[in-house]
Design a binder for this molecule. Structure first.
Ligand code: SF4
Length: 695
């Protein structure tokens, strides 16, 4: 018998609702109904095909303790009950009952935190699992272990969006629903390859454009697919986002296009901001007349600014903005533009950070951050951010990491350093769905349910809560059950029976956002193919900041940061003769894979078109690359594996682009510790690399 089940896609932060045909515990087909709120009858190829991992031989089906870990800890674990000895990724593990593994983890936590400080423990993860698990993970780390060190993979993506938006408009989340794009007249897309990384949002923008009312401005370091549909196509130099955003604001002020009434009634700090920007030598777009190859920006930026200021406009951005040393400041510059023009707090106008993981918004909302508890409350003690955790491992102060669903050994920068830190740990516990790079370092592995095998709340990039339901049965525990098992082995007496028990607690602890979002309401919404946008009381809140901002005074606050001259812009400006073997590299995603590709490569339809990370090089540099087929990229932090090159006319001279999905390419080995100054989010979008010919 075929049954149909509604749930939510497990991949990106768009959070498409799915309708799944299931027969005999097998998924026949995943599609979306026309009336579904986000997906509206469309899914990208990952949404349709990305479920094959459920039957992959790489799926982890049990609890495992590494044999060498037990040997090293033989005094602590005298007798371990195990089912069998297995080899995982070339290493010997004992497969044990979960309850046995809970005891072992608890004993190790006790040993480490009593001989060292509780701060020697860190919990990282939570953005791929449900909110219930994420909530319980931070509660476990803070209240049971008493360590403040919790973090999630927002650290390598949108922490700067949270920081930048909180500082200006008081809430680090999208202001409007995706569906509201069709009510907009003008959208600026900056630093986002939307059609590949957030495909269903990309479709919505293109459809709105085709209907005739919407114009698009695309700003990126290369020509992405959405440029074709764009009125303004701005290819900009590397590390120039803040420069361009400030220039947009300069034009608006210089031409008196600001919304004075909005500024007077809804904002603060305007005069100081205005003075700073009008006196900033880098804020006038004519600066680009001196930047060879990019002179056209001196004319295009003012045109774009005028259209943004005089229309009902939105700004959407991705990691091309946040993954820079001034990522948080660039997000503040984006918010400044909305405050300057009143393009916020109403339909068709707003700010949409395109968040990456399916539940990265939820993990942040649940308090999986070193500086925020659930509901963005201030913790008693601020913990370490993930890069600081790695540093403290190497300094000998952090001894144990519990990592849930984040491939630390693949998706972070400076992987030579990260791998060294992971090897140095006394104990690495990993909850995972699939074997991947981080499981190669794990001492204890808990196989856990994937999103397609469990219930739970996921929060997408427009603050929408979806309640998932299992598509197929599983004998494995959910992440929260593993956390509870260990908590109780540490005498905690937790007695959550099901996800809903935890969610009811979340509703009380995080009442400013979730008080009215009970499971019954969410189940009803799921039947309709929808969810609810927080804050949710009696009703949901599709559009934020309509009357007041969620800041202390209720006012939006202008915060100005001048661009700091550096990198490619400085080299061109000063006509520096850098060697031709050095290039600027940016990384990004393809539509067919998700992050470390552990789940997506299990589907042949996804894997066959993208089996390796290819290096895209500019047609303007074809002379340099003419006798090359394979090259390595090198920095002082490391080098990549040999990469095939492909010439494209979508990149400007001196620039390169590569995806990072396949660990064998070792792309993230060449990135160092340069990061956003406020959040330590790595600068993945700009790295000067040396190209070395291999073949
Ligand atoms: S756009 Fe994102 S959420 Fe939607 S189907 Fe594709 S991967 Fe899934």
């Amino acid at each position: 018998m075929i049954k149909k089940v509604n749930s939510v896609c497990t991949y990106c932060g768009v959070g498409c609702e799915i309708s799944v045909e299931i027969a005999n515990q097998n998924i026949n087909r995943i599609c979306a109904e026309k009336n579904f709120e986000v997906s509206r009858g469309e899914l990208c190829i990952k949404g349709k095909e990305g479920y094959k991992f459920l039957n992959s031989p790489n799926k982890i089906r049990g609890a495992f303790i590494r044999a060498s870990f037990l040997k090293k800890n033989s005094k602590l674990f005298k007798r371990v009950q195990f089912e069998k000895i297995v080899t995982l990724q070339g290493k010997s593990f004992l497969q044990v009952d979960y309850s046995e593994a809970f005891k072992i983890v608890a004993q190790k936590i006790k040993e480490i935190t009593s001989s060292e400080s509780p701060n020697s423990f860190a919990g990282i993860g939570g953005a791929r699992t449900n909110c219930e698990s994420s909530y319980l993970f931070q509660k476990f780390t803070r209240e049971i272990v008493k360590s403040p060190n919790v973090d999630n993979c927002a650290r390598v993506c949108h922490s700067p969006s949270l920081r930048g938006l909180k500082a200006t408009i008081g809430e680090g989340a999208s202001t409007n629903p995706f569906s509201d794009i069709e009510n907009s007249e003008f959208v600026i897309i900056i630093g986002s390859n939307t059609t590949e990384a957030h495909p269903i949002v990309g479709n919505k923008i293109i459809k709105a454009k085709k209907k005739g009312k919407l114009e698009i401005a695309s700003i990126d370091i290369r020509e992405t697919q959405i440029f074709k549909s764009s009125k303004y196509k701005l290819i900009i130099p590397f590390e120039a986002n803040l420069l361009i955003l400030n220039m947009l604001a300069f034009t608006i002020l210089n031409e008196n296009l600001e919304n004075q009434e909005f500024i007077k009634n809804r904002t603060e700090n305007f005069e100081e901001y205005k003075k700073s920007i009008l006196n900033d030598p880098f804020a006038n777009p004519t600066f680009f007349n001196k930047i060879k190859g990019y002179e056209y920006l001196a004319e295009e930026i003012p045109k774009l600014a005028r259209e943004y200021a005089t229309k009902k406009s939105m700004i959407l951005w991705g990691l091309g903005v946040t993954e820079h040393q001034d990522g948080s400041q660039a997000v503040m510059a984006i918010a400044n533009l909305a405050l300057l023009t009143g393009n916020i707090g109403k339909s068709g106008a707003g700010l949409i950070p395109l968040r990456g993981q399916n539940n990265v918004q939820g993990a942040c909302d649940m308090g999986m951050l070193p500086y925020f508890k659930p509901d963005y409350q201030t913790p008693e003690k601020t913990g370490l951010m993930t890069p600081e955790i790695f540093d403290e491992v190497l300094n000998g102060n952090v001894k144990m990491i519990w990592n849930i669903g984040e491939d630390l050994a693949h998706i972070h920068p400076n992987l030579n350093k990260v791998h060294k830190a992971l090897e140095k740990l006394d104990c690495l516990i990993v909850n995972e769905v699939m074997l991947n790079e981080v499981t190669k370092f794990a001492d204890i592995i808990f196989g856990v349910r994937s999103a397609y095998e469990k219930e739970g709340v996921y929060i997408n990039a427009e603050r929408r809560l979806h309640l998932s339901q299992p598509l197929v049965d599983s004998d494995l525990p959910d992440d929260w059950q593993v956390i509870q098992g260990v908590a109780n082995a540490l005498n905690s007496h937790w007695h959550y029976q099901e996800n809903e028990d935890i969610w009811s607690e979340v509703q009380k602890v995080a009442k400013n956002r979730f008080a009215g979002a009970d499971y019954d309401k969410l189940r009803t919404k799921r039947r309709e193919g929808s969810g609810l946008q927080w804050p949710i009381f009696e009703n949901e809140t599709p559009i934020l900041h309509q009357e007041t901002f969620r800041t202390e005074k209720g006012l939006g606050k202008f915060v100005y940061q001048s661009y700091k001259l550096r990198g490619q812009v400085q080299e061109i400006l000063e006509n520096q003769n850098t060697s031709s073997e050095y290039f600027y590299l940016s990384t990004g995603r393809t539509i067919r894979h998700y992050n470390n590709a552990a789940q997506t490569k299990a589907s042949s339809k996804l894997a066959k078109h993208h089996q390796e990370d290819i290096l895209l090089v500019s047609a303007e540099d074809k002379d340099f690359f003419k006798s090359m087929r394979l090259v390595k990229l090198k920095t002082k932090f490391g080098e990549t594996a040999p990469l095939q090159i492909k010439i494209t006319n979508k990149l400007k001279k001196g620039t390169l682009f590569a995806t990072f999905h396949h660990s064998k390419s070792k792309i993230n080995f060449i990135f160092g510790d340069v990061a956003d100054e406020l959040t330590k989010t790595a600068q993945f979008k700009s790295m000067k690399v040396k190209v070395i010919k291999i073949e």
